[in-house]
Design a protein around this ligand. Structure first.
Ligand code: PBG
Length: 326
């Protein structure tokens, strides 16, 4: 038996940290924050233990709590006071995200990212303007080019409110280019775009749709979000976003799509983000509740694995808990 090569030599307590290939730091993490214009008190999100929708008045206090854990960046999602066919509260100057971001920018030192999408703001719950008759006919879907103008307005209104970065998540063709043009035209050349470049039509978003009240009233998102069966197409999607000026490239969800994270990492030199989504969070909590998994250990292992696959930054509902345990 030839045992000259013994990997176990590098697993003693003294050397194990020295040869560790992957580090996880609070500065890698982005914490989602939900701001709700329909409530004047904090409301717990049942399927996402530890997370809540907060009223606009509490947005800065909520973000201050995140900052105390060492997490430096947040992504803001809004639940508007009312919805309509075009999602007009998404780009209103006094919209829920715009008001919250103004307060958070004034009162905290957090790096503020905003999710740019229409699904929480449209009465039909789709991520853009839908074709007439779409409620009855499942072959009809979101009108791509008309949606672009609304996304552009939304992104500019977020920047005007003080957002440091915008993150379009609608999977509309051309969204990054339209938003880049809008931001530049309004004098926000310095505001970067983190594109949800490869966003899949995933059943792992279930708990989020409860949290943000953005489930489609009819149909699903398979005509704009990516087919989970497709890996090569993710590179094509990502390449288009790079050409249109994306600064950070996101893959979403994270754990079931680590092959995609790894492929995007190898193909592009831009920073890569991965979104460890609501369902990934909820399932670990549910198993831990039954005593089947050690929550702190599996949360940490999940995030280390996402980084090992090639992500530089991670959007995660575990941000605060993991940052505190590091
Ligand atoms: C909005 C948006 C969604 C998520 C982030 N931005 C929902 C969706 O596309 O259905 C999901 C986040 C999560 O599940 O944690 N388009």
């Amino acid at each position: 038996m030839d045992l000259t090569d013994r990997p176990r030599r590098l697993r003693t307590d003294g050397v194990r940290p020295l040869v560790s290939e992957t580090d996880l730091a609070a500065s890698d993490l982005i914490a989602p924050v939900f701001v709700d214009a329909t409530t004047d008190e904090r409301v717990a999100i049942e399927s996402m233990p530890g997370h809540e929708r907060v009223p606009v008045e509490e947005a800065a206090a909520r973000v201050a709590e995140v900052r105390e854990t060492g997490v430096e960046a947040i992504i803001v999602f809004g639940i508007p006071e009312s919805k309509d066919a075009v999602g007009s509260r998404a780009y209103a100057e006094d919209g829920v995200v715009q008001r919250a971001v103004r307060d958070v920018a004034a009162e905290t030192d957090a790096y503020v990212i905003t999710d740019v999408c229409l699904c929480e703001y449209t009465d039909h719950g789709h991520c853009g303007v839908v074709e007439e008759g779409a409620a009855e006919d499942p072959t009809l879907t979101v009108r791509n080019d008309e949606t672009l103008e609304l996304l552009e307005r939304t992104a500019v209104s977020h920047a005007e409110a003080g957002a440091d970065m915008v993150a379009p998540s609608s999977m509309t063709d051309g969204m990054v280019g339209a938003i880049r043009e809008g931001l530049d035209g309004a004098g926000f050349e310095g505001v970067p775009i983190m594109s949800y470049a490869a966003k899949y039509e995933s059943a792992f978003y279930g708990p989020f749709r409860d949290a943000a009240d953005g489930a489609p009233a009819f149909g699903d998102r398979r005509h704009y979000q990516m087919n989970p069966a497709n890996g090569r197409e993710a590179l094509r999607e990502t390449r288009l976003d790079v050409e249109q000026g994306a600064d950070v490239l996101m893959v979403k969800p994270a754990l079931p799509y680590l092959d995609v994270v790894s492929a995007v990492r190898r193909e592009f030199d831009h920073p890569v983000a991965a979104y460890n989504v609501s369902g990934e969070y909820a399932m670990l909590h549910a198993a831990a509740d039954r005593g089947w998994l050690d929550l702190e250990a599996v949360a940490h292992e999940s995030l280390v694995s996402i980084k090992r696959a090639g992500a530089d930054l991670i959007l995660t509902y575990f941000a605060e808990d993991v940052a505190e345990s590091l």
